[in-house]
Design a protein around this ligand. Sequence first.
Ligand SMILES: [Zn+2]
Length: 492
Amino acid sequence: MSKRPHRRHQRLLTASCALLLALPLAAADGRPPVTGFDLPELGQPADLIADPALERRLGQAWLRQLQATTPLWRDDLVRDYIEALLYRLAAQADFSAPQFSLVVVDDRQVNAFAVPGGVVGINTGLILTAESEDEVASVLAHELGHLSQRHFARSQDAGKYNQWIALGGLLASIAAAAAGGGSGSDLGLAAGLSAQAAVAQNQLRYSRLFEQEADRLGLQTLTRSGYDPRAMPVFFLRMERSSRQLGYIPEFLLTHPLSSSRLADLERRVATSERKLSARSPDFSLAQVRLQVAYSASPDELVTAYRKEVDSGRASQASQLGLTLALLRTSQLPAARASLAPLLAADPDRIDYLLTASDIALAERDYDTAWKQADSAWSLYPDRRAALERLTRAGLAAGKADLLRPRLDRALRRYPNDLRIWRQLADCAASQKDSLTVFRARAEILFLSGRLRLAEEQINNALRLARDNYSLTAQLNKRLREMRELDEEFRG
Ligand SMILES: [Zn+2]
């Protein structure tokens, strides 16, 4: 990072302390209580403060800083799953054209966040703590309520600059928490306290009225999407209880304070709703078991525990997958393949199983099989980036870069801001000895992780190689200008 952004960041944090005192926390106090799902007019119209296109660019700039500072969960199977869930909910919420950038943060503390411009984040810790998809959905639906009502813009009364101060504080708290609570460490008191110190500077603490509005809309979204709205108060209450045991408050409850009146309001609203007992897909348990095995400090013990369950004949699909993944983690590859076989036989098109088969084959260095399994998944689910990631690993090891390349190009047209796909393209182009594309891809990777100056160097390298090609030179120069403008806008 250059010196300038660093100084700027410090300025943001210092200023946020001062402004915290001036934040109108209870602007709408004294209004009559609202019942049902009707929407009150709160504060001033958000569109006067920021327009959606600007918000979107600011959101993407914030995301680049997040990607520069915070570890994201490495396996896209989990991200793909949460993203699909988010869009399913958004289709039933108040958005005209929902467009999100979803990140899964590698942090075992319970947290989720949404910032203007459609950046939605969820910690692995939240997925591990939830007991059902309905509970994860309830947090996402609540966050969607804040986004659709543009609460953030409406609680920052002096425009863009103040929004950046608050967003800078939120970024610092997420980065600080993930540094202490990621996969490398135990979920301990120290991590929680350091997060809390950072959150103390964080202006993104929604007012009571905004919380109630997000709850109300969230419940509506959950119900319309076929989820059990009761999951919301149940999960929020569990978070609150766990905070008493842990000795600190989970980040989510700091930014979304759970007062007893808010909880009572939630419970009253769901009291009359019908209890839903619809059949659930195993997606949630499969994603959760994947995280459990990956985080486990003693995978050998997990093998024993899952084996016992499977041998009893009453194992769920998730336990069977858990056994498979624990065997894979402990390099018992033939046993892992045998454990996966019944799952694949029963549900041959399920992406979790196809990609697990690919992972086992990769570990066995059977790259052709790994490619074949990932390719089956890719042809069934061409939007899933988890399949692309396996295709890249297997394809490059098996010398299939030329087959891989059109898939990566296609994926980038759909996800032009996806850091991981640019990385895959850089690797693919390197194995094709296509230096110009390597430089271009590296420029995007550096830009998307908040390092403009280094990105510029890579574009200049590409420009040197493209010197006789006028249209390519023009294209590269245009991209360079865009990157500078987007970065400058964020610096303010
Ligand atoms: Zn909230």
